[in-house]
Design a protein around this ligand. Structure first.
Ligand code: AMP
Ligand code: MG
Length: 517
């Protein structure tokens, strides 16, 4: 069957829209216009997102494009609004929060599904509290890059369409430059959106929100005896899988407050996130998180705690507490199973055998003891066995050197050289070799190819984001461009891009990332 040609539009105004969230009662949001920026400039556009929305490449040239993505003028056919929600921040009930600097512009009917388009940093809303409704270039570049990096890694996430900067000074610790990210998701509804109505003892509104989410995003739940329980089960499952996706690439979210947890199981609200360089299970990426509540190792338990808060809210419309508990109990097995599947691919096992758990745990311990580079440890493991093994897998020495960057980039070290205790790494590798020899023979299974497809060569390391930000401040977006290209396909080595795969420079450890954005 041939795909019907997709009709692409040259102007936002012409794309079909639905605006289903805006059709909910006005208690769920406040309609209000964006506040235009001073001399906005389009810094970057994500071509892949244009396609998703059904916009042509010409659309970017039309002046209306910048007008819409900068918040200068509204989108015809859209319904600009800021949504209300509440939430727990760092474990404490914070009461009402809401879109303090985000405006939903419209829900666009894309060729393969609908996308809400939201601007972050386009002015104050009734939910701004003490904030100024703005976002700075630094954090906007970070959100812009991280969204597409996560997508490239196959981890569910919100996406981005465009990055805009402007002349407005924005006061943070110092004066910074204003920016807006135009971001997209099927929905931006959060756990906190549910908590809001439970806290206000308005079960009817909670029910209405749940019905909306089920109808639009979880229609299968309608077949269940209790669709609301089924909704919770689905959110628990999706969240557990998303967190497993984070853990196995060393991603730390940094601010896993309940208002930053997507009801669709998408990675949402990129702030002081970080991809680990050297492995430390207790790694805290957010300088503001002094107690380590959101450290890497804590993320699964925090996700479960957040789901517990969601379940607690849903108790207003699901009186059966046992059903809620049973739904929450799905988290652990789902998460552990998702981790096991991913670790099998990362280590090139084609089944799970007795002793594998110990072997994997011992690898984590070795990595911890040496603070071995998270990304390179797994990537180089694919190549760590003897040349004979490599030949059997059809991998040439030339390919290995190209990927490792050995010829041009001696900083990219082979597996055992990533560890301080080299003999311990050698010993572990010998056990790994014996385990690989016990892989069952399965037609079509190629250990090295499986591992290379599961272990990225490139991740958005902090120092890479930092360099892209510094260049962007001077109007140079070439680094953003290069990063967007390699992070879109982070499992494939690109010629000339060796430095993006290298170990971080010494100054990288001094970068501090906080909640300030
Ligand atoms: P976050 O920690 O970024 O998820 O933000 C928590 C809450 O603070 C959300 O309700 C945001 O909309 C709000 N917020 C954060 N920064 C600002 C800002 N500069 N202006 C207005 N609201 C903000
Ligand atoms: Mg947030």
């Amino acid at each position: 069957m041939k795909d019907t040609p997709v009709r692409l539009f040259d102007r936002f105004d012409d794309i079909p829209k639905l605006n289903s969230f805006a059709a909910l009662p006005a208690t769920f949001y406040t309609r209000l216009p964006t506040t235009p920026l001073n001399q906005p400039e389009l810094l970057h556009v994500n071509a892949e997102a244009l396609n998703l929305l059904g916009l042509s490449a010409h659309a970017v040239q039309d002046p209306s494009f910048l007008d819409v993505v900068s918040g200068t003028s509204a989108m015809a056919g859209g319904q600009t609004l800021a949504a209300v929600y509440s939430g727990h921040q760092f474990g404490q009930w914070a009461g009402q929060l809401g879109d303090g600097r985000a405006h939903l512009l419209a829900e666009i009917k894309g060729p393969k599904g609908n996308w809400e388009l939201q601007l972050k940093g386009a002015g104050m809303t009734p939910y701004s509290r003490m904030g100024d409704g703005r976002a700075v270039l630094r954090s906007s570049v970070r959100e812009y890059l991280a969204s597409e990096a996560m997508h490239g890694l196959g981890i569910p996430t919100t996406r981005v369409l465009a990055l805009v900067t402007a002349k407005n000074p924005v006061m943070r610790e110092t004066v910074e430059t204003a920016a807006v990210v135009a971001r997209m998701a099927p929905s931006f509804i959060r756990f906190g959106s549910f908590q809001h109505w439970a806290a206000r003892k308005q079960p009817e509104l909670l029910r209405q929100l749940s019905d909306y989410v089920i109808e639009r995003f979880y229609p299968d739940c309608l077949n269940a005896s209790n669709p609301y329980v089924s909704l919770l089960e689905s959110v628990v499952t999706r969240t557990a899988e998303m967190i497993a996706g984070w853990q196995v690439v060393g991603f730390c979210h940094g601010v896993m407050n309940t208002d930053n947890m997507s009801i669709l199981g998408l990675t949402l609200d990129y702030g002081p996130y970080g991809f680990m360089d050297g492995f430390d299970a207790r790694h805290i990426c957010n300088h503001t998180d002094t107690s380590g509540r959101y450290a890497w190792h804590a993320q699964p338990a925090v996700a479960h705690w957040n789901l517990y808060q969601l379940a607690n809210s849903l108790h207003e419309i699901i009186p059966d507490a046992d059903a809620l508990r049973a739904a929450l109990d799905l988290f652990e097995p789902t998460f552990l199973n998702a981790m096991q599947q991913r670790m099998m691919q990362k280590l090139g096992f084609n089944n799970w055998q007795d002793g594998d758990e110990t072997l994997v745990d011992d690898l984590w311990s070795l990595m911890q003891a040496s603070h071995a580079d998270f990304t390179l440890t797994f990537r180089q493991l694919a190549y760590a066995l003897s040349p004979v093994d490599m030949n059997q897998a059809g991998i040439t020495q030339q390919q290995i050197e190209f990927d490792l960057g050995n010829t041009v980039n001696p900083a990219l070290k082979p597996f055992v050289d990533l560890f301080i205790d080299r003999p311990a790494a050698e010993q572990w590798l010998e056990r790994y070799r014996q385990r690989i020899a016990r892989n069952i023979q399965t037609a079509g299974f190629d250990r090295i190819q499986t591992m290379l497809a599961a272990n990225p060569l490139y991740v958005l390391r902090n120092h890479l984001a930092h360099e892209a930000i510094e260049a962007a401040k001077k109007g140079d977006v070439s680094e953003i461009d290069s990063l967007m290209k390699i992070l879109r396909n982070p499992f494939v080595a690109e010629a000339g891009m060796e430095r993006y795969a290298a170990l971080p420079p010494a100054w990288a450890s001094r970068i501090e990332v906080s909640c300030s954005s």
